[in-house]
Ligand binder design. Structure first.
Ligand code: GLU
Length: 436
């Protein structure tokens, strides 16, 4: 079915403006193929499916700043609101030298699906700046963040669109965004971003939430396939806020983390890496490279590592047709957004490897972002235990519902998640109706 649906997508592509065309491979093309796969399951709501193939709004902004050496630099920034049928736009902002409009469009669409999959009252949005933040001083980074926030100020707001951290952005950047928006508004607006420092209305548990969510759905999925976590060998790509925390939680539960890869290299130890020591190494040296108590592997060998659970927690399009055959894991839990291409998805499916898709696996972060937003509105803050308990409950319930749909329709967990989420989005779309 997948192939015929994909070719349908190509046949119809002449109807779409060129920048929405799935033939232009990349994350947006992948997302469109995922939507094609779900369309046969949407019943009468498929009438509205075109809505999902177009972002509601996309803003490109020029972000000029003065560098420390007195020269000017211009960076390209984006904010895309994919869908707001179920509530305000919600999704992170990433700073990366390879960010493109098409990538931000895909990431915003995956936020729509993710937020609907866990039933948060949000639509989907995403932002980014095409910049390598490692090349900027702290002052330059602050000026870049503030000017970007001011430029996208026409779109964002606590009831309109709420940014949050993503790749290479953090609590300090959220603090500058909150301050800039508030200064422009003339009132402190803590609910305009989530993932803020606790001292500015951030939520306990937010920093660890994405990794905790990955761990929670991993536990649930392992139970379904009869995998004992305490005996499981784990390989993790990306050792930041998502991969690092997920690895820590799996190791605490008794699993053996055998391999970790990040931008600096790949470390391996068959008997298990000391995860707290590796986290310490990364905080001192910026990457896993040079972690002495482990072997260094050539990067290409990471995918073939002998493990039970593989957690891609870095960037998009990492598991592709060229490495999906080598994967030895019994399941893949997508901590990153969009790490598996549709071709690789099919290969893993045929090989009986379970893929827990990004749109449920990494939904823990935005779930606690939702808690943060609610706490900011009510100015009443919850305990960390309460937050973690609510997070785990939401993740477990969402996973169980998706598992059931996957069982019922004999489809992958990704298509099942898209069925649940797209049905919710399009139901809201239909109830609201077209204006005018
Ligand atoms: N950037 C995270 C994600 O991709 C979190 C978004 C949010 O909290 O709004 O899910």
């Amino acid at each position: 079915m997948s192939n015929s649906n994909a070719s349908n997508a190509f046949k119809r592509s002449h109807d779409l403006p060129s920048y929405l065309n799935p033939e232009h491979l990349g994350p947006w093309g992948i997302y469109l193929q995922q939507v094609e796969r779900v369309t046969p399951y949407l019943g009468s709501l498929s009438r509205w499916v075109e809505t999902l193939k177009r972002p509601k709004r996309a803003l490109i902004v020029d972000v000029p700043i003065e560098l420390d050496n007195g020269t000017m630099a211009h960076f390209e920034g984006y904010r895309v609101q994919h869908n707001t049928s179920r509530g305000p736009g919600k999704g992170g902002v990433r700073f990366h030298q390879d960010v493109t409009l098409s990538e931000v469009m895909a990431l915003s669409a995956w936020m729509s699906v993710k937020n609907a999959a866990v039933n948060l009252p949000f639509g989907g949005a995403k932002g980014g700046i095409r910049v390598d933040p490692k090349t900027l001083s702290r002052g330059e980074l602050e000026r870049l963040t503030r000017r970007y926030t001011s430029e996208i100020g026409i779109l964002i707001g606590p009831t309109k669109d709420i940014p949050a951290p993503d790749v290479n952005t953090n609590e300090q950047i959220m603090a500058w965004m909150m301050d800039t928006y508030s200064m422009n508004e003339g009132a402190t607006a803590s609910g305009v971003v989530t993932g803020k420092p606790i001292a500015l209305g951030g939520s306990l548990g937010r920093r660890e939430a994405t990794g905790r969510g990955v761990y929670t759905v991993g536990q649930e999925a392992a139970q379904h396939i009869g995998l004992d976590i305490t005996q499981a060998k784990i390989a993790v790509q990306g050792f930041g806020n998502v991969g690092g925390i997920a690895a820590k939680l799996f190791a605490q539960a008794g699993a053996t983390v055998v391999a970790v890869q990040d931008h600096g290299g790949t470390v391996y130890k068959a008997s298990g890496l000391d995860v707290p020591a590796l986290l310490q190494h990364v905080s001192q040296h910026g990457s896993v490279k040079g972690f002495a108590p482990a072997e260094t592997l050539p990067d290409g060998q990471f995918w073939a590592v002998d493990c039970d659970i593989l957690i891609p927690a870095a960037l998009e399009q990492q598991i592709t047709a060229s490495n999906a055959d080598q994967i030895k894991a019994r399941m893949v839990i997508e901590g990153a957004n969009g790490p598996t291409t549709p071709e690789a998805d099919d290969i893993l499916h045929e090989r009986g490897i379970l893929v827990v898709p990004d749109v449920i696996a990494n939904a823990g972060g935005v779930t606690v972002s939702y808690f943060e937003w609610v706490q900011d509105f009510s100015s009443f803050f919850w305990s960390e235990d309460e937050i973690n308990a609510r997070l785990v409950r939401i993740m477990r319930e969402a996973f169980a519902a998706i598992w059931q749909v996957s069982d019922e329709h004999r489809v992958s967990l990704r298509t099942a998640t898209f069925i649940v989420a797209c049905t919710r989005i399009l139901q809201a779309r239909e109830l609201r109706g077209l204006y005018p």
